[in-house]
Design a protein around this ligand. Structure first.
Ligand SMILES: Cc1ncc(C[n+]2csc(CCO)c2C)c(N)n1
Length: 216
């Protein structure tokens, strides 16, 4: 099955994400709030691009069931993560003005550009494979973090987002969709899309720790 092979091929970068200093600090409760704020503001941009790629992929495909699933994925994002984020923004005093005034960071720009690129070069199946690590890796990270939890309530709420049933249902549906659109002809393109997204996921944590900017 495509997703088994993809999981095996990305074990090293998934482990690097799971044990990334950002994740360790979030769990220990030592992650500076300024770093979490940075992550949330950048992730706002990411989530918008993520929803947009779902919508474009749904428009591009002639596979009605895939389009419906992509639109359901975008909806579950709105109902879950995006709704949760409003609470975070309020608690950390992140305003729409601050979000609008913050430039997208290089790694975030590259990751989201990769997702759009997959749509252009590998079609809807390529985009679906590129989007999958986002659902799946966060579910695995959430499940690991949930075992001990975080002493900081806002970090615990973040963890809870990725263990909620609605979220894991969306992830399971996305896994099934990816396997459905994978064919012997597109497997290597889909695997490359999945691997690059996995690499970017790991670098997204580092981007937040570094408060990465375009400054040279
Ligand atoms: C860089 C980055 N990667 C993955 C996620 C997690 N995520 C984003 S959309 C979505 C699907 C349904 O909510 C999931 C799990 C994130 N927030 N930021």
């Amino acid at each position: 099955m495509f997703t088994d092979d993809a999981h095996t091929a990305t074990l090293a970068s998934w482990n690097a994400s799971k044990h990334h200093p950002f994740i360790q600090a979030l769990q220990a409760g030592t992650l500076p709030l300024s770093t979490f704020r940075y992550y949330l503001i950048q992730d706002h941009y990411y989530l918008q691009a993520f929803a947009k790629v779902h919508e474009l992929a749904a428009q591009q495909t002639t596979d009605a069931a895939a389009a419906a699933q992509l639109r359901a994925g975008a909806q579950s994002l709105e109902d879950g993560e995006v709704a949760n984020r409003q609470t975070f923004y309020r608690e950390l005093d992140i305003t729409p003005a601050e979000i609008a005034a913050t430039p997208v960071a290089p790694t975030n720009y590259a990751y989201t550009s990769h997702l759009y690129r997959m749509l252009v070069t590998a079609g809807t199946p390529g985009a679906i494979a590129g989007l999958l690590p986002c659902y799946w890796l966060y579910a695995e990270i959430g499940a690991e973090l949930a075992r001990t939890g975080s002493p900081v309530p806002i970090y615990q709420t973040w963890i809870d987002t990725y263990t909620a049933n609605d979220y894991t249902d969306a992830m399971t549906a996305q896994l099934a969709l990816t396997n459905r659109v994978a064919t012997p002809e597109n497997t290597s393109a889909l695997l490359a899309a999945f691997q690059k997204s996995s690499w970017y996921e790991c670098h997204f944590w580092q981007m937040a720790l570094d408060h990465e900017t375009w400054q040279l």
